[in-house]
Design a protein around this ligand. Structure first.
Ligand code: SAM
Ligand code: SF4
Length: 328
């Protein structure tokens, strides 16, 4: 699948639920309303759609949400997709908040998952409770260690927020080094209404990086994971640190991905509203060939890039839907 700008689209991110057991301040409002279950694609529908993408050249699938591991029976989807590894699919992975990870780490590994991302914005239990509004950190740490024990490579994702966790990253980098984990920092993106002022939270990672350089030697590396992060080797720990900078850096040029929501809507860009509805295609009884035609038609509409500009005067998010809808 080649889009109109010559980019090969090989990476599909699939949100399997909009629900979550946490309410991270940058992601959701506290009183989020979630979709009725009937609006969600079934696990069979998700698998069928993923299979069509794989036939058309998708080599990497990331399962996300909402919190993917709170969806009932989601391990069945991992098991089914896992059978496609080596048959077109090269990598099956997941982004999780870790609350349910201790329970599922072994099953994920057995399904063929090799690397996972766990979102954790601080190691301070009190601050963690504040950022997630009610989360407890211990089950997440247990989940991370269970994943390591199951043989999964774990990358910690942290969203950098001004005045919230900006003093946490030296400690997190050291902790990640101690436990053999990579760390990836992410700039906050203006997505969805969160009952708060986003312009207050935004912290450019260029500032964070120069602060980290006071204590750590960050060496350039060509390492890539197929995502938008720019990585550095951390000399003192032997691990890596990545920076995802959608706001300060145009990360669209090498975009290789599209995103499927739990209702079967395909967003060709995280930062644009154009979308294609696959639920109606599936439920109208499309044949495999019709499904593939619909996918090609959607890829042909992939825009050049996002346009994240926070509307400061009206304090509106640049994109109305929450990250938990599109999948981060
Ligand atoms: N619940 C899972 C988790 O937290 O890892 C998966 C879904 S979550 C939406 C995926 C990622 O998006 C997380 O790393 C989260 O920190 C990030 N995220 C959510 N809202 C964001 C925002 N407004 N800006 C930047 N990153 C955001
Ligand atoms: Fe839930 Fe992940 Fe959003 Fe936090 S970032 S509220 S864990 S979906």
């Amino acid at each position: 699948m080649i889009d109109p700008f010559g980019r090969a689209i090989t990476y599909l991110r699939v949100s399997v639920t909009d629900r979550c057991d946490l309410r991270c301040v940058y992601c959701m409002a506290e009183d989020m309303t979630f979709l009725p279950k009937r609006d969600l694609l079934t696990l069979e529908e998700l698998d069928r759609l993923c299979a069509a993408f794989i036939r058309l050249g998708t080599t990497k699938i990331r399962i996300t949400g909402g919190e993917p591991l709170v969806r009932r029976d989601v391990m069945q989807l991992f098991q089914r997709l896992g059978t496609r590894l080596g048959n077109g699919l090269n990598e099956l992975t997941v982004t999780t908040n870790g609350t349910q990870l201790a329970k599922h780490a072994q099953t994920l590994a057995e399904a063929g998952v090799r690397r996972i991302n766990v979102s954790l914005d601080t190691l301070d239990p009190v601050l963690f409770g504040q950022i997630t509004r009610w989360g407890k950190i211990e089950p997440i740490l247990d989940g991370i260690f269970a994943a390591k024990a199951a043989g999964l490579a774990v990358k910690i994702n942290a969203v950098a927020m001004k005045g919230v966790n900006e003093d946490q990253f030296d400690g997190m980098l050291a902790w990640c080094g101690e436990h053999g984990l990579d760390l990836c920092l992410i700039e906050t993106m203006p997505m969805g209404d969160i009952n708060g002022d986003r312009t207050d939270q935004y912290l450019p990672l260029s500032i964070v990086r120069s602060r980290l350089r006071k204590h750590w030697t960050l060496e350039d590396t060509d390492y890539r994971t197929g995502g938008p992060a720019r990585y550095f080797d951390v000399k003192e720990t032997g691990r890596r640190i990545g920076f995802i900078t959608p706001m300060t850096h145009n990360f669209c040029e090498s975009c290789n991905r599209v995103r499927l929501t739990c209702t079967g809507t395909l967003y060709m860009c995280l930062g644009q509203d154009d979308a294609a509805d696959f639920r109606s295609v599936l439920r109208a009884g499309a044949t495999d060939a019709e499904l593939e035609d619909a996918i090609h038609a959607a890829i042909a509409r992939k825009p050049k890039g996002h346009d994240f500009i926070i509307d400061r005067r009206h304090d509106k998010p640049a994109v109305a839907r929450h990250m938990s809808v599109t999948g981060g």
